[in-house]
Design a protein around this ligand. Structure first.
Ligand code: NAP
Length: 270
């Protein structure tokens, strides 16, 4: 099987490494933006060959778009005249509704299914790539209403073979879930880091402080793109969190219910 990967950073690189480790019969062609990134991906073993030319993906069976979200629409436009009507196209972006919308401009939108490996690391970049990051993690696919996803069965099998757990939901449902489970988490981490910087001495922080600010140390460009593309759901998630935090504030302020309050939170985390 010939797989094309556009974007050879943390996720694209990790995917290439995982697929190449899986079977020798999987042939990977990578495409990056800069020639240095393409060369580095070959060097790392994340692709059999790599370039900056989308035309090199003409004979792929599956093309996976693993660029930052703000590049995806442009990549789709440039891929459209390159691939055949039968080429399967998918992506890995963290927000799905806009991507599924952009895919309507592909010559054969039924050959596109949105995907999101709920995997990763705080730091992006090919140098962070690791074939094990998908292990036991969800990989959510977001078919449109009534879409026949059977042509993608082999791809779903590969995703399972590299250790991920494929699941399926509507793009809008995915974006609402991720707004809370992922995007709210980094918004809180960033807000906490800012609060600590303004009102405390972060050099005095220990492991708890470091756990809380870890996400805030991620790629700001990626976070900004995610917040822009999932704004509505993220704003709703922040409002929900704000209401819960306010309740905590009131209970802490009234002191006598503190034990009950934190007991509940510890229970919810397990
Ligand atoms: P990354 O490490 O920054 O890598 C991005 C890659 O895309 C780089 O190789 C870059 O090439 C390439 N690229 C950028 N623009 C391009 C273009 N126009 N054409 C071809 N290649 C292009 O990013 P990442 O963390 O892997 O994230 C990639 C995608 O995965 C994003 O959509 C993100 O939402 C999603 N995702 C990320 C995580 C995470 O934890 N990071 C988790 C799940 C999903 P150059 O190096 O040459 O610039």
């Amino acid at each position: 099987m010939r797989v094309g990967i556009v974007g050879l950073g943390l996720i694209g690189g990790s995917l290439g490494l995982a697929l190449r480790r899986l079977r020798h019969s999987i042939d990977i062609t990578g495409v990056a933006r800069r020639p240095e990134s393409a060369a580095a991906a070959i060097q790392r073993g994340a692709a059999d060959r790599a370039s900056t030319e989308l035309s090199d993906l003409a004979d792929c069976d599956v093309v996976v778009i693993a660029t930052p979200i703000d590049q995806i629409a442009g990549v789709m436009d440039r891929l459209a005249p390159v691939v055949t009507a039968g080429t399967l196209i998918t992506d890995v972006a963290s927000v799905k509704r806009p991507v599924v919308g952009w895919a309507q401009r592909l010559p054969n939108p039924s050959r596109f299914v949105g995907g999101h490996p709920v995997a990763g690391k705080t730091q992006s970049g090919l140098e962070e790539s690791d074939p094990a990051i998908f292990d036991q993690e969800p990989w959510i696919f977001t078919p449109t209403q009534g879409q026949d996803v059977r042509p993608f069965d082999t791809w779903f099998e590969m995703v399972r073979a590299i250790g991920a757990r494929p699941s399926f939901m509507r793009p809008e449902a995915h974006d609402k879930q991720m707004a809370i489970l992922s995007h709210l988490a980094f918004a809180i981490s960033a807000a906490f880091a800012e609060t600590a910087q303004r009102h405390a001495d972060p050099t005095l922080g220990g492991p708890g402080y470091r756990s809380m600010v870890r996400l805030a140390g991620g790629d700001p460009a990626m976070y900004e793109a995610i917040a822009r593309e999932n704004r509505e759901a993220l704003v709703e998630a922040i409002d929900r969190f704000d209401a819960v935090l306010h309740r905590y504030r009131q209970r802490i302020d009234s002191a006598n219910k503190v034990k009950e309050l934190f007991g509940g939170a510890v229970h919810a985390a397990h």
